[in-house]
Design a protein around this ligand. Structure first.
Ligand SMILES: Cc1cc2nc3c(=O)[nH]c(=O)nc-3n(C[C@H](O)[C@H](O)[C@H](O)COP(=O)(O)OP(=O)(O)OC[C@H]3O[C@@H](n4cnc5c(N)ncnc54)[C@H](O)[C@@H]3O)c2cc1C
Length: 382
């Protein structure tokens, strides 16, 4: 049985901002055994469409979902696990933790030092620019969420400062195709967790600077800066009401550009090896990210220049209800490709690079689920 604390597709119903569209194209946003058959394979689903996709999938498979059933604890017992829910206890031999990789916003400790007159908004609270106080906005974090929100807030007429740390730059399209088509075709999405050198680091990699729009726009830092968004370095500290930014902006840019170039090289190499089988436009290279000549290193948060801070600093899972000692010192689940360590019969799915690079994406569930079910069935068979 599937236990869901809210409704089917709960995170998509209640934890996303209004304008969000998937950054994965429709043809890629597939679920196990279900392909996209609509008329816009290259489009990007709105949140309402994602809710529709997941809800109709659950209905079509008559998934045994118990909605409005929050799991409040899982304990180890003799022959498996004791699961406590709001409506009673369940005993089972095997449990799959599919509670999500993004249950709460991760906000750095410096948040505590934000002066009271500046409103702090996490990406869980953010819905649209109109809900922010009037005036300037500091967006912290320049991965998929940060660049999308900085752009949207700036378009609403507010001055925006974007604080940029480590990031992954990608063009929306490359050689006439969606960049995620290249990732799919040349096998980058399928790279396995046990073939990756620094797995811990790879699992912490921020999401790519991508947005899904009908116009298929690229939303990199050059675009944002040309639109009038001020770029500053990583938010390092807040002291006496002043936000202090790191000075290494040009280095961050150079690193992200270099990694993008390497990825594009991988695509080109793959295309070259395929020869006639791939129809693609000529090789492209993109302008380096232009660093502002002298990015400011501090911002007085008491001056009224910014009235709110949007923390686009990532997400974390929440295992507050898990009473089995399977978390490491940082609160991350200890597992080997989704097989939870020291907890026979316990599995996880939907976490970053669980078994493959695509593991946290909608289309990543299919292959991971197949592998894990195989393991689980063997376990239950004894
Ligand atoms: C802002 C954002 C944008 C994204 N964009 C894309 C995209 O463009 N393309 C893409 O493929 N993926 C995207 N993702 C990743 C996307 O969330 C996943 O692909 C997909 O939703 C993961 O599904 P999941 O079921 O693993 O996790 P979730 O969608 O988080 O579902 C977990 C479910 O578990 C429930 N739950 C949690 N705790 C409990 C409990 N204690 N008891 C009972 N139920 C519980 C929650 O209510 C929730 O419904 C995005 C994620 C975020 C945060």
């Amino acid at each position: 049985m599937v236990l869901e604390r809210g409704e089917v597709a709960n995170s998509w119903r209640h934890e996303r901002w209004d304008s969000l569209r998937l950054l994965t194209p429709n043809w890629l946003s597939r679920l196990p055994g279900q392909r996209y058959w609509g008329t816009d394979p290259d489009g990007f689903m709105t949140v309402a469409e994602v809710v529709g996709l997941i809800s109709s999938y659950a209905a079509a498979g008559a998934a045994p979902v118990r909605i409005r059933t929050p799991v409040t604890s899982i304990r180890r017992v003799d022959r498996g696990y004791q699961v406590t829910t709001a409506s009673g206890q369940i005993s089972c031999r095997s449990v799959v933790l599919a509670s999500g990789a993004a249950n709460k916003a991760h906000v750095p400790e410096v948040r505590r030092a934000v002066p009271q007159r500046v409103e702090s908004v996490t990406t869980f609270d953010y819905r649209n620019p109109e809900r922010l106080p009037r005036g300037g906005v500091l967006v912290v974090g320049a991965s998929a969420t940060g660049v999308q929100l900085a752009d949207e807030i700036h378009r609403s007429g507010r001055p925006v400062i974007l604080s940029v740390g480590e990031h992954v730059r990608l063009p929306r399209s490359y050689r006439g195709r969606d960049v995620l088509w290249w990732m799919d075709a040349c096998g980058v999405w399928d790279q396995r967790y046990d073939a990756i050198d620094d797995l811990e680091r790879a699992r912490r990699l921020p999401s790519p600077q991508l947005v899904g729009t009908p116009e298929r726009t690229t939303l990199d830092l050059n675009v944002l800066r040309a639109a009038g968004i001020e770029l500053v370095g990583r938010l390092a500290a807040i002291r006496d009401g002043r936000a202090l930014f790191s000075g290494g902006l040009a280095n961050q840019f150079a690193l992200a550009d270099l990694k993008m170039e390497r990825l594009l090289d991988t695509f080109d190499e793959w295309a070259c090896n395929q020869r006639a089988e791939v129809e693609a436009a000529p090789v492209e290279r993109f302008e380096a990210t232009r660093a502002p000549p002298s990015p400011r290193l501090s911002l007085d948060l008491r001056s009224g220049e910014v009235r709110s801070i949007v923390w686009a600093t990532g997400f974390r899972p929440d295992y507050g209800w898990l009473e089995v000692p399977v978390l490491d010192g940082k609160g991350q689940l200890r597992h080997d490709g989704g097989v939870v360590a020291d907890a026979p019969g316990m599995y996880a799915i939907g976490l970053p690079l669980l078994r493959r690079r695509k593991s946290t994406f909608i289309h990543g569930a299919e292959d991971d689920a197949r592998d894990l079910v195989e393991h689980l069935v063997a376990y239950l068979a004894g």
